[in-house]
Design a protein around this ligand. Sequence first.
Ligand SMILES: *[C@@H]1O[C@H](CO)[C@@H](O)[C@H](O)[C@H]1NC(C)=O
Ligand SMILES: *[C@@H]1O[C@H](CO)[C@@H](O)[C@H](O)[C@H]1NC(C)=O
Length: 620
Amino acid sequence: MLLILLLFFASTRALPQGAPTSVCESMLPNHGGGIPPQSGISPYTVIPRRQNGAVLVTIQSGLGIPFQGFMLQGRTPEGDILGEFDVSSTEDGHSIDCSNTGDALTHKSPNSKASLDVVWNPPDGYEGPVIFNATIAQGYDTFWVGVESPQVEISKRSPDDAPPLSSTRRPKTTTPPYFTPQADKESSAEFDQFYDGCAVTKLCFGAPTNCINSKNCKAVVAVTVLGDKYDFELKATSGAAWVGVGLSDDVKMGDDSVIECVKSGNGLKAFMSWTTVKPYAANRLSDPELGIQLLNSSISDDTIYCKVRREAVTNIRGRNFDLVNDKYNLLVAAGNTVTDTSVKFHGIAVLASGEKQFLSDVSALAAASKLLVRIHGSFMVLAWIGTASIGMLLARYYRQTWTGTSLCGKDLWFAWHRMFMVLTWALTMCGFVLIFLELRAWSAENNPHAILGTTTTILCFFQPIAAYFRPHPGTSKRPIFNWLHWFAGNVAHIIAIVTIFFAIRLTKAELPLWMDWILVAYVVVHVVFHLTLSLLGCLSDKRADTRINAFPMKDLNGSGRAPAYIEPPMDEKYSRTRRAILGVYIFLVLLLTIALIVITALAPIEDTWETVRKAVTRSS
Ligand SMILES: *[C@@H]1O[C@H](CO)[C@@H](O)[C@H](O)[C@H]1NC(C)=O
Ligand SMILES: *[C@@H]1O[C@H](CO)[C@@H](O)[C@H](O)[C@H]1NC(C)=O
């Protein structure tokens, strides 16, 4: 017996499990754990028209109310399902097998449809009556079950057959204007059949975040449940050598049962493996094909695809994986390196679902929150592109500006420098703690981001402590402090910027590579302003003919509090220009910082953008 769970709506609302009903028989969608069908008269009609021994079946509403989902069958008056739908005659449906191949038709996607035309062929040699029985869903919780067509007599070549199909097909002009199936089909990705039926007949989950909607996942899994058969389709692009799906109790790698689809020779193989955290690895089971069977696979261009059937219950390392009765998190991952015995790092994509779900529940699976990762990124960008840049520029070039004014007994430049650097310090420490809370281990990614970031954080950590215990101005150790303080700060800053460049390449961060250009823009701005201010410093040196320091390197006798100069402190020449330059610098740095934070916080930004664009298009 084939059990088909038919669900009609790409909804994020959770659907309860319950034993899958044989919807072939009852045609009752299991929406919201038993939302009952509408009891009133359906606004939709099912109209059969005989055509050369076949039947053209039309579902439509006399009131022009569009519908989203349907299931259609040809039946004898006794209720036996018969015949076969010609799926090439409609764009909106795909067939499923109830008693025989292709004897039921259901929607491909929950798009609004004004009407449906499909050709149905009776079994060879069949003569007798047929009734078309349909379930039609206007929306997730509004549907009619058992909408029957008038009975039609099937006979071989009835004399009252109408002329060929094409001429009787209702002209498209009767289609209400809101019926725009072409609207979503502007890119070739829209035709990727892998995504047909996602959230309708199969559970789909892919990385990066939200890629199911835009149909551009780098790694994606779809689970179709037919009775006790669990079919996993796995696909990865970007030249992947392997793609895997893990069944997990949590949102992290470790103790997960994994199905791998792995390039092997010229083909693909499916294996079972088990993940560990220390070390990060997916270890193949001693019986690598335990409970699975590769049904189909293909390699094309940069894409690999496997269809694997997995037994409903498997015992792995003493643990029972019961797909019928237990809920799981899905982990999807892909990478481009494999060895003979295992897959290597998931360098192409990796994502975990946020909540456990029954695999027979096709409702959309949200990704695990990457909030901590996003906050970490935003904090670090704000700290090192934003506050550190400004604070360090102030210390380097603005000691002779605002010399008359002070804040809390400190020179203005020093007060601001301290404030910006304390902010940098606090943001860096928070960001550092957050990322370890999220990962709970050293990143396994083959990327120097972690080591560089840690170096910066350590340097940053000691800066204010050293500054607090700095020697008094005028003492012999003061120049050494000044130099070390300057050196450590600049090294930390440079490493931080490099670390951010590497962050863009982290799989987990899901950042676009073009973000590099914003960072490059920042580096250019930073260098240009430093050069300009240095030049200005030289000029004012000449003018004043006094070697007032513009460079901290020369400020070996300078102090953080009051400069130890013989002359009374006075604003340097070009002070007004320098203040204007500072204003422009702060403005530009802020602009770049905001851009980088937006991209980091909304990552993957391209998909977020795509989702927004579609929502706007749809609503307008
Ligand atoms: C059509 O489906 C409904 C609901 O399942 C059922 O009550 C009815 O008997 C079906 N009609 C036929 C002809 O099978
Ligand atoms: C495997 O996939 C190909 C291409 O999608 C399809 O034509 C073929 O029927 C499939 N085979 C099986 C056994 O599903």
